[in-house]
Design a protein around this ligand. Structure first.
Ligand code: 1HE
Length: 261
């Protein structure tokens, strides 16, 4: 797969680790990078069971490359935002679980990118910001939907109106990340979580990644119907039956809270 210079990937035993590799510009996302992200997720390397995305250098991403914004009119602005939407939709509703390993700045479009993944692991150097308000622009990479869904409209409004930022400990309490780890440990943890998620049957992961977020936002009556259908389809699979049999025959591990990451 051909990727731009600002991206590279490496396979780790079924987990594709995608690196945003533009540290001199704090991994600011220009069009070529966003297109590369789109291509990568639309056509994952053979044998990919899960993906981890992270940033090279001291930051995950400083968001939109602001130098690309100067000459853009409204029509070009819509096209640009839709480019981001298409790329991030491929992450959110793709074939495999995607984990973001976060550190340093997770800002603007960087936070929108992180919000399109299924799991976020942050280390304690992380900080989250939405400086769009003070830059005189607005989120365009799906943040109004996905960031608002994670942290709530009130908190997002505060960040955009006042420039309020959040660190890692608050971030895990308020929904920015599901995990917080010591500095430098996010990537390793993200790979372990990606590997764990990839062990589930594909059909169940499809239900979790594609049905759950839609059901949660559907009207409750349609949502409950969708849930029944999805549940029936999942339990009908041979894989589900084999796993249930393994549990009943005491061949599968019990649920345990010991050693939980
Ligand atoms: C950039 C960008 C960028 C850094 N676009 N070039 N995002 C922002 O408003 C965040 C802007 N960036 C920052 O606030 C800081 O750079 C950081 C806090 C992320 C990092 O600070 P620091 O001290 O480590 O780096 P630096 O010295 O500020 O930046 C190093 C270089 O990266 C410098 O370029 P140089 O040529 O002078 O070396 C910076 O200009 C460059 N750089 N961030 C372009 N964002 C789909 S809509 C989404 C809308 C948004 O994302 S708005 C949020 C934009």
């Amino acid at each position: 797969m051909t990727l731009p210079d600002t991206l590279r990937y490496a396979m780790h035993d079924g987990v594709a680790v995608l690196t945003i590799a533009r540290p001199d510009k704090r991994n600011a996302l220009n069009d070529v990078t966003v297109r590369g992200i789109h291509r990568f997720f639309a056509d994952l390397p053979d044998g990919t069971n899960a993906v981890v995305i992270h940033g090279e250098g001291d930051h995950f991403s400083a968001g939109l490359d602001l130098s690309t914004l100067m000459e853009r009119d409204a029509e070009a602005g819509i096209a640009h935002s839709r480019l981001w939407h298409r790329a991030f939709e491929c992450i959110e509703f793709g074939d495999v679980p995607v984990v973001a390993a976060l550190h340093g700045a997770v800002v603007g479009g960087g936070l929108e990118l992180a919000a399109s993944t299924h799991l976020r692991v942050a280390d304690k150097t992380v900080f989250y910001a939405l400086p769009e308000g003070s830059r005189g622009i607005y989120v365009g990479g799906g943040g109004s939907v996905r960031v608002a869904r994670l942290i709530g409209v009130a908190r997002m409004m505060d960040m955009m109106l006042t420039g309020r930022t959040y660190g890692g400990e608050e971030g895990v309490l308020f929904g920015f990340s599901q995990y917080i780890v010591e500095p430098g440990e996010a990537l390793e943890k993200a790979i372990a979580l990606a590997r764990r998620a990839a062990e589930n049957p594909k059909l169940t992961n499809f239900a979790i990644m594609h049905a759950l977020p839609r059901i949660a936002e559907a009207d409750p009556s349609a949502g409950l119907l969708m849930e029944s259908l999805m549940s029936a389809i999942a339990q009908d699979s041979d894989e589900a039956k084999a796993r249930l049999r393994a549990f009943l025959e005491k061949r599968a591990p019990k649920v345990s809270h010991k050693g939980v990451p």
